[in-house]
Design a protein around this ligand. Structure first.
Ligand code: HEC
Length: 129
């Protein structure tokens, strides 16, 4: 019985570790977007140097084909890797890696980044004073 419990707990623990490792993380993606060393980049530029706060990639999350610097790219991962190679002067990263998933999650999070409408503020009035 004790052995079974240990096995079960191990499976649960491993499950948690792996689900954490592969769950796309927008904050991590943003950090990578600002990282000049992404893909071993040597140009000293991060994605953010040319796409400040995601400028120019806000709509990329919904696209299937890209035309970057006259070259067609199929899929967002290919577009990201193209910029890593051509702009950051690094090496393409594994399209199935957690880093790629995080960058893609960050880019997708930019969709509809239109200035948020401010909620109408209710004026607090003190009446009867
Ligand atoms: C040296 C400048 C530069 C850097 C650095 C750069 N890019 Fe780009 N990126 C471009 C240019 C130029 C385009 C093409 C824009 C266009 O044609 O509208 C582009 C296009 C893209 C697109 C396609 C956008 C679309 O909707 O068509 C994506 C996605 C993208 N970049 C992601 C990245 C990522 C991720 C990084 C970091 C790894 C990065 N870029 C770094 C210049 C850069």
């Amino acid at each position: 019985m004790k052995g079974l419990k240990v096995v079960m707990l191990t499976i649960i623990a491993l499950g948690l570790i792996f689900s954490g490792a592969f769950a796309a993380d927008v904050a991590k993606g943003k950090a990578l977007f600002n990282d000049t060393k992404l893909g071993g980049g040597t140009s000293g530029k991060s994605c953010n140097s040319c796409h400040p706060d995601g400028k120019g990639v806000e709509k990329a999350g919904g696209k299937k084909e890209f035309n970057i610097m006259g070259k067609k790219q199929k899929g967002l991962e290919a577009a990201v890797n193209f910029c890593i190679e051509m702009a950051n002067k690094g090496k393409a990263i594994d399209p199935k890696s957690a880093d790629m998933a995080n960058i893609v999650a960050y880019i997708k999070s930019l969709k509809g980044m239109a200035p948020a409408k401010e909620a109408p503020k209710k004026k607090k009035s003190i009446e009867g004073c």
